[in-house]
Design a protein around this ligand. Structure first.
Ligand code: ADP
Length: 163
């Protein structure tokens, strides 16, 4: 069982500065942070899983301690397969709490050795979510302070493509 890996799961549709903040702070505690993109979040997503993997990989490519992977099915099964035991999640407003609480309880019940650790959002990212960035981007608003430049470019490109 590897105590030095944190699995950071989510949709990352797309990866924002809020996600980057959690990854960077996670690296202060863990040797490796695996950004695990959920394949079953494809349904209502703007970017395909392949596009998200490509973008996220590009963003973290300079840090060998960050890995980008995808997973299908139950998160705990993936965590166990990685021989990890920590799921890393970010918490913003109280509104995140209910769902995260339920998820963490469920995962711990299904697999006792897996623990979910939460990091409070940094104040500068407290209001940031992939959804809000997509909303603003769609309306041609300025999203450059919310996401890395690469993501901003791909978002505008995507909205141009789909009209
Ligand atoms: P999910 O669909 O699983 O919520 P997201 O990509 O929206 O996937 O988020 C992945 C994780 O990152 C979640 O734990 C979420 O709370 C966290 N997160 C997202 N945005 C922020 C932010 N601005 N600050 C802190 N944590 C965040």
């Amino acid at each position: 069982m590897n105590r030095h890996i944190a699995i950071y799961p989510g949709s990352f549709d797309p990866f924002t500065n809020g996600h980057m903040d959690i990854v960077q702070r996670g690296l202060e505690i863990f040797d490796t942070v695996v950004v695990a993109i959920a394949q079953n979040s494809e349904k209502n997503s703007l970017f395909s899983v392949a596009e998200r993997v490509d973008m996220t990989t590009e963003l973290v490519k300079d840090n060998p301690r960050v890995k980008v992977e995808t997973f299908d099915g139950l998160l705990v099964d993936y965590v166990v397969a990685k021989e990890a035991r920590v799921i890393l999640r970010g918490l913003r407003a109280v509104t995140d709490f209910e769902f995260e609480f339920q998820l963490a309880q469920m995962n711990h019940t299904v697999c006792e050795q897996v623990e979910t650790l939460f990091m409070m959002t940094s104040p500068s990212c407290a209001y940031l979510s992939s959804s809000i960035v997509k909303e603003v981007g769609k309306l041609n608003g300025d999203i450059r302070s919310f996401v890395p430049q690469l993501v901003a470019d791909r978002l505008y490109e995507k909205f141009r493509q789909i009209g």
